[in-house]
Design a protein around this ligand. Structure first.
Ligand SMILES: [Zn+2]
Ligand SMILES: [Zn+2]
Length: 410
């Protein structure tokens, strides 16, 4: 007796996907190592884009480059949608690698410290498997440049039509807080919006011996920063998470006895909540305006919106959950955790279609964006199998279910 088909929908294609990915796994790992050895910064991913193109040269796919010749939009199956989309990011960071990996970066000052080399290999595996095994399904694969930049490359690809006719979108991110074989997956808010502020204060400087003849911009700046931190404590509902930090503070040159006439500071405000986020620039302006009036100094504020928060759509998460369960078992999914205060430009795709980001364990170790970050190659095949399954589940699902998962306009 064989009832496995009822219990395990799409069993035949899943088995074929696994065989296809196993057959490719060595070349996917090798490609990841080559990308890792040759990292490229955001919007300079020309070699990386060419390597992905070459890896897909023999596949039945239609590829086009993103704006500026970097990033790739890859379609397989029928020329019209609606499509299921799987996205990888491909850029590296300005960091000198400090690991003893045999495939460590050969470029001082550049490193794949956010695992985007792994993401690229994973989605390449998915592209090869699904373009061969499911040529009847309209699918799209994005190899997105400049995830680490603000504004991110996602906006470039959206402008180039990447989300036209897309029903749902999937992505992954390496997670060095989890072992290989464990994943983080949950509905709702997953990352924060990360908006940037830059402030310049100007007034009268002078001799350190006579601060009363100056407006002491250094004192003003320290008070302004403290006031901003308190203003968010008291200005935003305490139930909503929000974090402000100043990362740059510049005042004076080299003379300890000169009170400068200008001070600059800059930082980020992060929150996964849209309501709290909307208030941020008004609170900053109110604090600076009030203090400026009190001290008689002038201020300028440059406030820039980063990526909005990523909200995982429940229906897309359900497809990923079934996929993870089939590859690793339900128990591989860690309990839901608080949203990250980091930003992720995957969010720019989500006003156009429901989507979800899967965090994939790449072995516990140094954090992302550190010089000692490493990712275990064993996560590559597992991730390809999971994302390929989720794409199949979504592609074969009734359209109405996905449309019901469409996020509300924000
Ligand atoms: Zn990153
Ligand atoms: Zn990243």
């Amino acid at each position: 007796m064989n009832t496995s088909k009822q219990e395990r929908p799409h069993a035949d294609i899943f088995t074929a996907i696994d065989a296809q990915i196993e057959a490719e796994i060595q070349s996917l790992i090798e490609l990841r190592h080559v990308l890792h050895e040759h990292p490229e910064l955001s919007r300079a991913e020309h070699e990386t884009t060419s390597r992905i193109e070459r890896a897909l040269a023999d596949e039945a796919v239609v590829t086009r480059r993103g704006p500026g010749g970097v990033g790739l939009i890859v379609d397989s199956g029928p020329s019209t949608g609606p499509r299921i989309c799987v996205r990888a990011d491909i850029d590296a960071l300005a960091l000198t690698e400090s690991t003893d990996e045999p495939f460590a970066s050969r470029r001082p000052g550049l490193m794949h410290a956010c695992g985007h080399d792994v993401h690229t290999a994973v989605v390449l595996g998915v592209t090869k498997a699904l373009s061969r095994l499911a040529p009847e399904l309209p699918l799209r694969f994005l190899f997105q440049h400049a995830e680490e930049a603000t504004p991110g490359g996602a906006l470039d690809l959206v402008a180039a039509g990447a989300m036209t006719d897309v029903r749902a979108i999937l992505t992954l991110h390496c997670d060095p807080s989890r072992d290989v074989g464990r994943v983080g997956l949950q509905s709702g808010p997953l990352t924060a919006a990360a908006d940037v502020f830059e402030v310049t204060l100007k007034g009268t400087g002078g001799h350190g011996a006579r601060p009363h003849e100056t407006q002491d911009l250094v004192l003003c700046a320290t008070q302004a920063i403290a006031a901003l931190y308190h203003a968010f404590d008291r200005g935003i509902d305490a139930r909503l998470p929000l974090s402000i930090s100043v990362g740059v503070l510049r005042a004076g040159l080299t003379s300890p006895n000169v009170i400068p006439s200008e001070v600059y500071f800059a930082g980020t405000v992060r929150t996964p909540d849209a309501q709290a986020r909307a208030q941020v620039p008004f609170i900053i302006e109110r604090v600076l305006g009030g203090l400026g009036q009190m001290w008689g100094i002038s201020h300028s504020l440059d406030f820039r919106r980063g990526a909005p928060p990523v909200h995982n759509a429940p229906y897309v998460v359900a497809a990923l959950t079934d996929a993870v369960a089939d590859v690793l078992g339900f128990e591989a999914i860690d309990p839901p955790s608080l949203p990250s205060m980091g930003g992720e430009d995957f969010a720019w795709y989500l006003p156009h279609a429901p989507g979800a980001l899967l965090r994939i364990g790449t072995g516990k170790g140094s954090p992302l964006h550190s010089a000692t970050f490493r990712a275990d190659d064993r996560a590559i095949g597992l991730s390809s199998k999971i994302l390929a399954r989720a794409a199949i589940i979504l592609a074969l699902a009734p359209e109405a279910l996905i449309d019901a998962a469409r996020p509300p306009e924000r």
